[in-house]
Design a protein. Structure first.
Length: 325
């Protein structure tokens, strides 16, 4: 047996000292958990993310169709719900009955949640605040009232403003997309008139979000957007976003090449989470060849994290991923 070397002793000593430091970092970090349609994959309809602040505040972003209602065991406590815009795949016009139903490229979202929405169902049961911009708060307040909840739980935060909830600061930022309300979310004569005319109601411009967590981490959630000047002037230069959740789905939103330009040249964060790819991006947890997700990863100059459903990513206050990366 070889003698115990001084070099090995030094290595073990460093490891012993590092362990509590890493544990402390994790305790003061932000956790991000994707809630997709299929465990361990990044699939066609995946939008929803849960952010957990170090102080325990939990924020659900764009519940959409892949959260199995308020009884989804993955949800846990929800303090705040964010909705970037009122399209069905974000607010939730229908939802999965259970995780892993259907296929990754065609999840079985068979439970209809109209006219209230998956978002409202979750917010009512969880007694969560819904924080939105534009004209969306009035829409959600009415829905909450119809569901027997408190309409005052629908809170407004407009561009340039800020809401602080449980030590977490939330603001909205511009997104270039659309924000029509399908007549299926409405009732009465107005719904009939809109449906007959083939148009939607309007809830003001869509938004993205900037969240400043209690550990100092600043995260930009793009919503559905194209390239905007505000991504540099507001998101990067004013707020200093270090973590970006970037839509990459193309046609309906920013494409992977355009998204790479945004993160490489305009925002330059420490880390990126791909979002809204509109594809079965992974198989067995690995990115499939020829996908938009793969293209985005190849073109990005900063670390890209694929939101595998149920896999929690942990970020320190500077935007660096420190666990499950």
């Amino acid at each position: 047996m070889k003698p115990f070397s001084k070099g090995l002793a030094a290595t073990l000593a460093v490891a012993a000292m590092s362990a509590p430091v890493l544990a402390a970092d994790a305790a003061s970090a932000v956790k991000v958990t994707p809630l997709g349609s299929h465990d361990g994959e990044f699939c066609m309809m995946d939008r929803a993310l849960i952010f957990e602040d170090p102080n325990g505040t939990r924020i659900l972003y764009d519940a959409g169709r892949t959260v199995a209602g308020p009884d989804d065991p993955r949800l846990g406590k929800v303090d705040v719900v964010l909705v970037s815009h009122l399209h069905g795949d974000h607010v939730g016009d229908r939802r999965i009955a259970a995780v892993n139903a259907g296929k990754c490229d065609g999840p079985e979202a068979s439970v209809v949640t109209l006219p209230q929405s998956n978002t409202i169902d979750i917010a009512v049961v969880k007694k969560a605040k819904i924080v939105t911009g534009s004209e969306m708060p009035a829409f959600f307040a009415t829905k909450l009232k119809q569901a027997g909840a408190d309409p005052a739980d629908s809170l407004l935060v407009r561009f340039g403003g800020e809401r602080v909830i449980n030590g977490v600061a939330i603001t909205t930022v511009p997104a270039v997309h659309s924000n029509g309300i399908s007549p299926s979310f409405l009732s009465g004569p107005l719904a009939d008139y809109l449906k007959a005319a083939g148009v939607a109601a309007y809830a003001g411009p869509p938004t993205g979000y900037v969240i400043t967590f209690s550990n100092g981490l600043v995260a930009y959630l793009s919503g559905d957007t194209g390239i905007t000047a505000e991504q540099k002037q507001v998101v990067a230069e004013h707020y200093g976003a270090e973590l970006v959740v970037m839509n990459i789905g193309d046609t309906f939103t920013t494409g992977p090449k355009e998204a790479a330009y945004v993160v490489n040249e305009m925002i330059r964060p420490k880390a990126v989470i791909a979002s809204h790819a509109n594809e079965a991006a992974t198989e067995g947890g690995a990115v499939r060849a020829g996908t938009r997700t793969g293209t985005f990863i190849d073109l990005s100059k900063v670390p890209v994290h694929v939101p595998l459903s149920g896999k929690t990513l942990t970020f320190d206050g500077n935007g660096s991923c420190i666990e499950s990366c």
